[in-house]
Design a protein around this ligand. Structure first.
Ligand SMILES: Nc1ncnc2c1ncn2[C@@H]1O[C@H](COP(=O)(O)OP(=O)(O)OP(=O)(O)O)[C@@H](O)[C@H]1O
Length: 313
């Protein structure tokens, strides 16, 4: 049912001159979901986020935000907040003054707009009265998020929100976004960091040259993916290598990174053959001490996309 979707995009196309930035894109984001957009440079992520924020209008297709059809006017749809290409801030004003100015633009009284609360949420209370000119990239990103929160949005749209954040800042921002999603706010964000997407998002849309190449839950990528490389640490590396080589569908990969760790074997396989190998190891009395993908399914899919794109150039 459309009414429960935060975003429902069908057949969206957007061109800049001869460049087809988005080519027949579908996207569905339910309420309360954190949805990641990933893809190589120029894939169309920012263009898509810009459409959700009302910064641009699609050439064709239909877009509903929070159940309402988006028209041709360049304006943020009701209930939507966020930023692309970094938050727009006044450098000569303090963090608090920036938020007060935004509140005033929307006709709200700065004293009752909840400025202290959003500064606290993003962890900027201590620097609330410092000028933004002196802020690091990470602090600006947090202030941009605070500005978005000020409007109490039901859909937050963020372009690379983890850019410039140190690990503590990232954890903080992830916490804010997760709490918002738990309360029913939807989040659509782009990221080049697959670990961020994995940590935050339940679903991801992978874009490549303006087209959707995958959209769905992260765990579906693992099942759909081609062979992955797995690191396997066992109590008996020699027997493990022999058993792996003897198991159908498994290739032992001589991985340069694993070579100086004699206990680690890298195998390239799909999940069913990997399951078979684990059973055979255990039956042979070889203990499995560690088993993990060398790169995550999402990272592998992303790398494959990038390689395909480079091969096509
Ligand atoms: N205003 C514009 N004018 C002309 N071309 C544009 C414009 N905005 C985007 N494009 C082009 O549209 C395509 C998609 O760009 P977009 O910025 O959406 O990609 P992206 O996935 O966000 O890339 P990145 O990861 O590098 O930020 C690119 O080929 C880009 O050059």
């Amino acid at each position: 049912m459309d009414a429960v979707l935060a975003v429902r995009a069908r057949g969206i196309t957007k061109c800049f001159g001869d460049v087809v930035a988005l080519d027949d894109i579908d996207l569905e984001v339910p309420q309360g979901q954190i949805h990641g957009l990933a893809g190589p440079n120029g894939a169309g992520k920012t263009t898509l986020l810009g459409l959700l924020l009302g910064l641009a209008v699609a050439d064709s297709g239909s877009l509903k935000i929070l159940g309402m059809p988006v028209g041709r006017a360049l304006a943020a749809p009701d209930g939507v907040a966020g930023f692309v290409d970094g938050p727009g801030l006044y450098p000569s004003l303090t963090a608090r003054q920036n938020l007060a100015a935004l509140a005033a633009l929307r006709g709200h009284d700065a004293r009752t707009a909840g400025i202290d609360d959003v500064l606290d949420q993003v962890g900027l209370t201590d620097v609330a009265d410092d000028r933004v000119r002196g802020f690091s990239l990470g602090m600006r990103q947090r202030l941009g998020l605070a500005a978005a929160l000020l409007t109490k949005p039901r859909l937050i749209v963020l372009d690379e929100p983890s850019n410039g954040l140190d690990p503590a800042g990232k954890k903080h921002v992830h916490g804010v976004l997760t709490r918002l999603a738990n309360d029913g706010t939807s989040v659509v964000l782009s990221s080049h960091r697959m670990d961020d997407v994995e940590a935050l998002c339940s679903e991801v849309t992978l874009l490549a040259t303006g087209r959707v190449v995958f959209s769905g839950p992260l765990n579906k990528l693992a099942a759909e993916n081609r062979d992955l490389d797995y690191r396997l640490r066992t109590s008996d590396p020699q027997s493990a290598r022999r058993l792996a080589a003897d198991t159908a569908g498994i290739r032992v990969v001589d991985d340069a990174g694993a070579r100086h760790d004699a206990e680690v074997l890298v195998v390239r396989t799909l999940l069913p053959a990997l399951d078979e190998l684990v059973v055979r190891l255990v039956q042979s009395g070889v203990a499995v001490r560690e088993l993990a993908p060398v790169v995550s399914p999402l990272e592998a899919a992303f790398l494959a996309l990038t390689e395909q794109q480079e091969a096509g150039r």
